[in-house]
Design a protein around this ligand. Structure first.
Ligand SMILES: Cc1ncc(COP(=O)(O)O)c(C=O)c1O
Length: 366
């Protein structure tokens, strides 16, 4: 059998390489006009006032927390299930995360659980648009944060292209962040961005990623602490050409996802809007057996993410139970989802899954 469908193969149109080539030949290599153009395009695409590019989605989250004035020891509420990057972005800056269980259907922070976990020590909330999920939980949590005067960081790393009630992902909170790592709809290999309506937070972030004072080259004076976490024009040229092409990229993903959804129905994860989720996630009580079966059929699949307090470094965060996060940890399998997945691949995947001796479950029936 020579079928091999890898987990996440990006799709790179040859014209993207032309843009990068032209950028290199222009000799603008560092943070310059193309970085600015990419940021402006992103601001306009997401209907945000300000946008700032940085080196990764993880750094975008750290910088967002710093820009908001969060400092070591401050408590931030984050979802109990998901990628390690979100929590690490905050703990590496000295913040104290507290976990909030997720909603079973959405994979996102549950508003009910958030209300139980909030305390007088809470200084901020980070909502993750899980696999691109925006939806009513996000709207409710955004309102709750406003009512309680708490800044909300929306981790929209996986959600570029998603909208809910006409609003772009990344714009529901005080600051939103994106990632341009390889699996994302727009990838620069590594990269990230933040978006915000607030001039103050934008300026704080801009200064921080430029050694503490974005004017220091002109004034020879630095007023704040910072680092060099700026983006560069070579990667910006690569990202910009994809962002301009995002409709087409989403439509390729939609065509594949529609095939999966038509056959697998509620057994494959769906998000709130009509844009497909970033990942193709199924649920089964025998994830390892399913992965083995898929592997025998040339399909790469993995168990990804876990309840964050299960990581040895974060066991102290298990101060309560997180049954829904544990459910997702135990029963999810992540199927191939890269943008180069073809409709033929999707039909093959459906065929293999339909003949699977390992039953798929529905997320709605734990
Ligand atoms: C939800 C979420 N947040 C943050 C990140 C971190 O982004 P990056 O890999 O660009 O640092 C990721 C990356 O996959 C992510 O999925």
């Amino acid at each position: 059998m020579n079928v091999h469908i890898s987990l996440c193969q990006p799709l790179i149109d040859p014209s993207y390489a032309d843009s990068v080539r032209q950028q290199i030949l222009s000799t603008y290599l560092g943070p310059g006009p193309t970085t600015q153009e990419f940021a402006s395009y992103l601001a306009s695409y997401t209907a945000s006032r300000y946008s700032l590019l940085t080196v990764s989605g993880t750094v975008a989250l750290s910088v967002a927390s710093y820009a908001l004035g969060l400092r070591p020891g401050d408590e931030i509420l984050i979802p109990a299930y998901g990628v390690i990057s979100t929590i690490n972005a905050f703990t590496s800056f000295g913040l104290k995360p507290k976990l909030v269980d997720i909603d079973l259907q959405t994979g996102c922070m549950s508003p009910t659980e958030l209300k139980k976990r909030i305390s007088s020590k809470t200084r901020a909330v980070c909502f993750v648009d899980f696999s691109g999920y925006t939806g009513s939980n996000l709207v409710e949590i955004s309102q709750f944060c406003q009512d309680n005067n708490l800044p909300l960081i929306e981790d929209a790393a996986c959600a570029l292209g998603h909208h809910f009630n006409g609003k772009s992902a990344g714009t529901f909170g005080t600051i939103g962040t994106f990632s341009f790592s390889v699996p994302k709809i727009v990838t620069t290999g590594q990269g990230g961005a933040l978006v915000t309506k607030s001039k103050k937070y934008f300026k704080n972030a801009q200064n921080f990623i430029d050694n503490g004072d974005s004017n220091w080259r002109k004034t020879n004076t630095v007023r704040g602490i910072g680092n060099n976490l700026r983006f560069n024009d070579i990667l910006a040229s690569f990202g910009l050409v994809q962002l301009k092409d995002i409709k087409q990229r989403i439509s390729l993903k939609s065509n594949v996802y529609k095939i999966l959804r038509r056959s697998l129905s509620s057994k494959i994860f769906k998000v709130a809007d009509n844009t497909p989720p970033l990942h193709n996630i199924v649920f089964t009580h025998k994830p390892n057996a399913l992965i083995e079966y898929l592997k025998k059929n040339g399909i790469e699949a993995i168990r990804q993410y876990r309840t964050l307090s299960q990581h040895p470094i974060y066991t102290h965060l298990a101060d309560t139970e997180f049954p829904n996060a544990d459910f997702w940890t135990k029963y999810t399998v992540y199927l191939p989802f890269g943008l180069s997945l073809t409709e033929n691949d999707a039909h093959y995947l459906v065929d293999v899954l339909t003949h699977s001796p390992i039953a798929l479950d529905s997320v709605f029936e734990p």
